[in-house]
Design a protein around this ligand. Sequence first.
Ligand SMILES: Nc1nc2c(ncn2[C@@H]2O[C@H](COP(=O)(O)OP(=O)(O)OP(=O)(O)O)[C@@H](O)[C@H]2O)c(=O)[nH]1
Ligand SMILES: [Mg+2]
Length: 191
Amino acid sequence: MALIDIAAREIHAKIVYYGPGLSGKTTNLYVIHRSLPEHAKSDLVSIDTEQERTLFFDFLPLDVGTIHGYRLRLQLYTVPGQTLYRQTRVAVLSGADGVVFVADAQRERLSDNLQSLRELAQNLIKQGKRPIEFPLVLQYNKMDLPSALPISVLDRYLNPMRAPRYPAIAVQAVGVVETLRATIKLVIDRL
Ligand SMILES: Nc1nc2c(ncn2[C@@H]2O[C@H](COP(=O)(O)OP(=O)(O)OP(=O)(O)O)[C@@H](O)[C@H]2O)c(=O)[nH]1
Ligand SMILES: [Mg+2]
């Protein structure tokens, strides 16, 4: 839940990158961190395994400027996508103001994407939110790979709710900033 600090004229909001294992959630945060100007850079905190699978979360605080005289401070988190860490995803998702669902566009990952989307909806409901009204942006990542499905097919299976969606190649920094910008816009509209 966004926190509005009237005395300090600041708004704090939380955006969570959700999705199946290895879809590219952590890569999104790396790319955003790398693209920040030196003076605005804060540390990217990653709690991961030796193989760089997210174990608990990644965390990046981000100062995105001023709206209506209030400084907007974002906290970006990623969940661990591996099936086994379901409870951790629940904890990391808690209090989110917006979600980026990072899907892996490869044909063989379609059912993993669907399962993760279903789990996300269930978790939002448990946290008292209505999934259709919740600020959600989809990212179709790994569009560079030969087995990536066409956008129209991904739309049909993953986006019946017609959320904003962006094709991406996160390792090449393609589509990463666009995805974040769209999510920030939804979150601000909601506030
Ligand atoms: N080819 C290709 N590889 C990508 C892309 N984005 C990420 N990867 C690779 O996919 C692997 C997994 O990326 P991560 O960002 O660690 O995935 P994750 O979603 O954080 O995974 P978990 O933490 O296990 O949930 C890494 O080897 C990345 O380099 C992409 O757009 N194209
Ligand atoms: Mg990760």
